[in-house]
Design a protein around this ligand. Structure first.
Ligand SMILES: Cc1ncc(COP(=O)(O)O)c(C=O)c1O
Length: 473
């Protein structure tokens, strides 16, 4: 290890210690780079590297023209660790159990801690209603056309191209296909690049609807170990793809569901190069990209793609309303195949909603809304972390998400969240058991909590009662 490396690591550890002890508190500004360099007698580049490491660990955030700020209190509890996964691809069989869990979670009176849904009060529903009325009045012929042909509204595509500047773009308008939701976009991509029996690499733990898609398309999942901070292991993917046989990789590189991790840029570049070289099609889900917690909006892997191999999928379900059912895929070189799948699967996409969204994005309201939504989610996630820390068994590990608004919790090994789910739901408490995030049934001692709702006394009480169940299994 070089002297310079030791110096920046030492400085990072010292600053992390000051944050842990509360000497530097939540929201506080760190001394400037120049001052730290003078006081610690290290070079400016050493300070910059130390601060970057603290940023990667989620402890500080850089604010343009203002310096570095402490992001949040140090974790009260240890974070989950990377788990080893089975080496062989596995057929998926979670759908029946998943549907039961999601349906039970939406029953009246059940605490909304299961599905990753935002509270309606956080969404600009009134503004969207006004736009629907205006668009329907000003465009009376919108319901006269449409059928099983693609109907991407140029006005919406234009707005997406504009937004893609923040994703390392601009992407070309010709790359986009507008879809009915992100789920549809993911399904179209899978259909375009796989055939039944193929293997798809996924994060471990992985978003359950991705696993469900693999199940319904007759695809096998190969779970790749995933770091709770920095995402899917590129080394493990390298090993897994050495002998071919992997048709595609599904990945949420920004704010993965359920871990909330964000892959650093250097790793995204490696990932993009490796998959292109190995002929593995990348289906990237960036639905939480706009919901990074602190710092700058992270770029997707798509930003590092030089060969058109990455299909970038997203929607407005998490930021505006899940009821819009509008998503898209920027499909790279596979755009024609995906447009064909869209025609076969569902034809066009509702033109009124497309125009509503285009007008909303054009008005500039989206950016303002996002700024406040991100702050709200950050507060809610933090409140949930603290509540879990208060009420769950002592050895519980809690993720520290860098994006999105779900929280992954790892209980002591002997606690079975699938078995205890029945007890919880009987008490009107919902969560998603950890095993539904794995094709091989790993994570039976884990669970995911939705933090999309304001942390009211009712939510606090629900977490307390869940803690009581897990404390006397
Ligand atoms: C990673 C991820 N992708 C996609 C979706 C679903 O998006 P949509 O409602 O647009 O289908 C979700 C919702 O939970 C999600 O967490």
């Amino acid at each position: 290890m070089s002297e310079e490396l030791l110096r920046y690591e030492r400085l990072a550890a010292e600053l992390a210690g000051m944050i842990a002890n509360g000497i530097l508190s939540h929201g506080e500004r760190l001394p400037s780079v120049r001052r730290l360099s003078q006081e610690k007698r290290v070079s400016v580049s050493t300070v910059v590297q130390a601060l970057r490491q603290l940023e990667d660990r989620g402890l500080v955030e850089a604010r343009p023209q203002s310096g570095h700020f402490v992001r949040r209190a140090m974790p009260l509890r240890a974070e989950p660790v990377v788990r080893l996964t089975p080496e062989a691809p596995i057929p998926v069989d979670i759908s029946q159990r998943l549907v039961r869990v999601l349906q039970a979670g939406t029953r009246r009176g059940v605490a909304p801690l299961a599905a990753a849904l935002p509270a309606p009060s956080l969404l600009p529903v009134a503004a969207l209603h006004r736009l629907y009325a205006g668009v329907a009045r000003r465009h009376p012929k919108l319901l006269e056309g449409g059928s099983h042909i693609n109907t991407d509204e140029p006005a919406l595509v234009r707005q997406l191209v504009r937004r893609s500047l923040a994703w390392g773009g601009p992407l070309a308008a010709e790359e986009f296909v507008i879809t009915n939701s992100c789920t549809e976009a993911l399904g179209l991509c899978l259909r375009a690049v796989t055939k039944p029996g193929d293997t798809v690499a996924v994060e471990s733990p992985a978003y359950y609807l991705m696993l469900q898609l693999l199940e319904t398309l007759g695809l096998k999942a190969l779970e790749i170990p995933t770091d709770p901070r920095t995402g899917m292991s590129v080394e493990a993917l390298d090993l897994a793809t050495r002998n071919g046989g992997i048709a595609a990789c599904l990945i949420v590189s920004n704010g993965s569901n359920p871990l909330g991790c964000v892959m650093p840029d250097s790793k995204k570049r490696q990932f993009s190069e490796l998959t292109a070289a190995r002929g593995v099609a990348v289906i990237e889900d960036d639905i939480y990209g706009d919901l990074h917690l602190g710092g700058e909006r992270p770029w997707p892997i798509k930003a590092f793609d030089k060969t058109g191999n990455v299909m970038l999928c997203s929607s407005f379900s998490k930021c505006l309303s899940p009821s819009l059912r509008i998503g898209f895929v920027a499909a790279g070189r596979r755009r024609p195949a995906i447009a064909l799948q869209k025609t076969i699967t569902s034809g066009g996409t509702n033109p009124i909603t497309q125009l509503v969204l285009a007008e909303y994005l054009e008005s500039g309201a989206y950016e303002r809304h996002l700024r406040s939504l991100r702050r709200t989610y950050e507060r809610q996630v933090e409140a949930m972390r603290l509540a879990v820390g208060r009420y769950f068994p002592a050895a519980t590990r809690i993720a520290q998400p860098l994006g999105g608004y779900v929280l992954w919790v790892e209980l002591p090994e002997e606690i079975d969240t699938t078995r205890l789910y029945e007890r919880a739901i009987a008490e009107n408490l919902a969560y998603v058991p950890g095993e539904l995030f794995s094709a091989s049934g790993m994570y039976r001692n884990c669970l995911r909590l939705n933090c999309g709702n304001p942390h009211t006394p009712e939510i606090e009480d629900a977490v307390r009662r869940l803690g009581a169940i897990f404390s006397s299994p």
